[in-house]
Each structure stands twice: as structure tokens, then as C-alpha cells.
Design a protein around this ligand. Structure first.
Ligand code: NAP
Length: 246
């Protein structure tokens, strides 16, 4: 298999990030997947090894910006500098706006949006030097539609889109493409915690009447990381089974 270089995938311990790490690994990338705990990092190394994928798991809290340079030094020393960065790590912490605590706002913005500032800045430098790079940011359908109880989360995901477009313009001449994938309602631990009644109402809004899978999202990320998407830049591809239309 062709060695495509290193792909950093944040939040690769489970859910969509795990599917992305597997999809990119199967295409021939060396995977540097992150989790917030040592146990999560080991679990990443294990599932990559089980699938015969080169790479490993690393412990990184994307909110600890001071640790990002040492994480990248470790990745570069173990493998090489990243050719692909997938900013996937994300959290929800929902509340109706007037009940939302400042910590809920800050934590979600910090994890879902500010982390992209730090991670992308650190990874862009070697990409510029290599005159090649791909950044794929994981947004959400609610970044476009808004969602009651998710002012923090929706704002963070809308911010990702404008952030990606701005960088796409700045770095296009360096052969670096920066795009977003915006999932709809995907079956992961994040959506498992939604109460059944609310979940059923959401499913009724999806034309197919089904939840998406991690693989539905990871296929799209793999496309945007590949040479097949060379002329796509600053775009957002929606993976929501048509949910946005209804
Ligand atoms: P998930 O199952 O809850 O997994 C979240 C991942 O993010 C885990 O790997 C977690 O690591 C990591 N993470 C959380 N906080 C982190 C931090 N501070 N630093 C580093 N890593 C952190 O979520 P998911 O459903 O797969 O979601 C993945 C992405 O897709 C998120 O950006 C989410 O907003 C987006 N998305 C999901 C859906 C959906 O329906 N599921 C829809 C639209 C968008 P640990 O295991 O170490 O905690």
C-alpha cells in the first residue's frame, strides 16, 4: 500500500473519530490518534494494530494548548510531520440559554473551536514547509440550523465553518486545502445520551428515518483528505441523510 504520510485525528478513541482513524489507516495513512486519557490512547494503539494499521494513540487534551507542541514533536519523532489533520474532538454540554452557565459556554467553545486555532496553527507550519497539506474539520448540521439548548455547541460549529473558509483562502497557494464535514445525527456515545423522546423526534425529521454511522462520516473525511478532492477548498460537505432539508 502507498505510504500517504501521517494523519493526526483528534478524539480517535471512539465514535466518529475512531471511524475516521480506521478509514484513513485503511487508505494508507499512518495514524496519530488522540484521546484524553492514557487508557484511551492505548485503546487506539490496540485497534490500529488489530487492523494492521501503522500508527498509535497519544494522550492529548485539545484544550491544553501548551501540550500541543510536545504532542506534535512526539508524533514527528515517532513517525513524521502530519500531512493531514482531522479536527474531530468535540463535546456537547446543553442547556437553555438563560440557564447556561459561563463554564458550559467556555468549555464547549474551548474544546470545539479554540482547539482548532491551536491544533491547526501547530500543524500548518510543517505542511507549509512540505507545500502540501489537508485539514478536515468536523462541524455539525446545527452550526447551520441552530438548535434550542445548544447555543454554545451551535456557535462553536458555525465558527468552524468560517474559520475553515478563512484559512482555505490564506493557504491555498501553499497547496493546503481546508474543508469541513458537517454530520447530522450519527449513532455514537454523544447521541446515545439524548433522551429517547427527543431522539425519536429527531429521527422523524430525517427523510430516511435512520441515524448515520461513523463510517458515513469517515468516508467523506477520507475523500477530503485524498487527491480526489484537490480542487475542493473552503467547502462544507453535509452528511445528514437529508435532515437539513426537512
Ligand atoms: P463522542 O463519541 O462523544 O467522542 C468524542 C471524542 O472526542 C472522544 O474521542 C473524546 O476523547 C474526544 N474528546 C472530547 N473532549 C476532548 C478534549 N478536550 N481533548 C481531546 N479529545 C477530546 O463524539 P462523536 O459523536 O464521535 O463526535 C465526534 C465529532 O463529531 C465531534 O466534534 C462532534 O461535535 C461531531 N458531531 C457528532 C454528531 C453526532 O451525531 N454524533 C453530529 C454532528 C457532529 P475521550 O474518549 O478521551 O473522552
Amino acid at each position: 500500500m502507498k505510504d500517504l504520510g501521517v494523519a493526526v485525528v483528534t478524539g480517535a478513541s471512539r465514535g466518529i473519530g475512531r471511524a475516521i482513524a480506521l478509514a484513513l489507516g485503511q487508505k494508507g495513512y499512518v495514524i496519530a490518534g488522540t484521546a484524553t486519557s492514557a487508557a484511551g490512547a492505548s485503546a487506539i494503539s490496540e485497534y490500529l494494530a488489530e487492523q494492521g494499521i501503522a500508527g498509535g494513540g497519544f494522550c492529548l487534551n485539545v484544550c491544553d494548548s501548551a501540550n500541543i507542541p510536545s504532542f506534535l514533536s512526539e508524533v514527528s519523532a515517532s513517525f513524521s510531520t502530519p500531512a493531514v489533520l482531522v479536527n474531530n474532538a468535540g463535546i456537547t454540554d446543553d442547556n437553555l440559554f438563560l440557564r447556561m452557565r459561563t463554564e458550559q459556554w467556555d468549555q464547549v467553545i474551548e474544546t470545539n473551536l479554540s482547539s482548532l486555532y491551536h491544533m491547526t496553527k501547530a500543524c500548518l507550519k510543517p505542511m507549509i514547509k512540505a507545500r502540501h497539506g489537508r485539514v478536515v474539520n468536523v462541524g455539525s448540521v446545527v452550526g447551520l440550523t441552530g438548535n434550542p439548548g445548544q447555543a454554545n455547541y451551535s456557535a462553536s460549529k458555525a465558527g468552524i465553518v468560517a474559520f475553515s473558509k478563512s484559512l482555505a483562502i490564506e493557504y491555498a497557494k501553499k497547496n493546503i486545502n481546508i474543508n469541513c464535514v458537517s454530520p447530522g445525527f450519527i449513532k455514537t456515545e454523544m447521541t446515545d445520551k439524548i433522551n429517547e423522546e427527543f431522539k425519536n423526534n429527531l429521527i422523524n425529521k430525517i427523510p430516511s428515518g435512520t441515524l448515520g454511522t461513523g463510517e458515513d462520516v469517515s468516508n467523506c473525511v477520507a475523500f477530503l483528505a485524498s487527491e480526489m478532492s484537490n480542487y475542493i477548498n473552503g467547502e462544507t460537505i453535509h452528511v445528514n441523510g437529508g435532515m437539513y432539508m426537512s
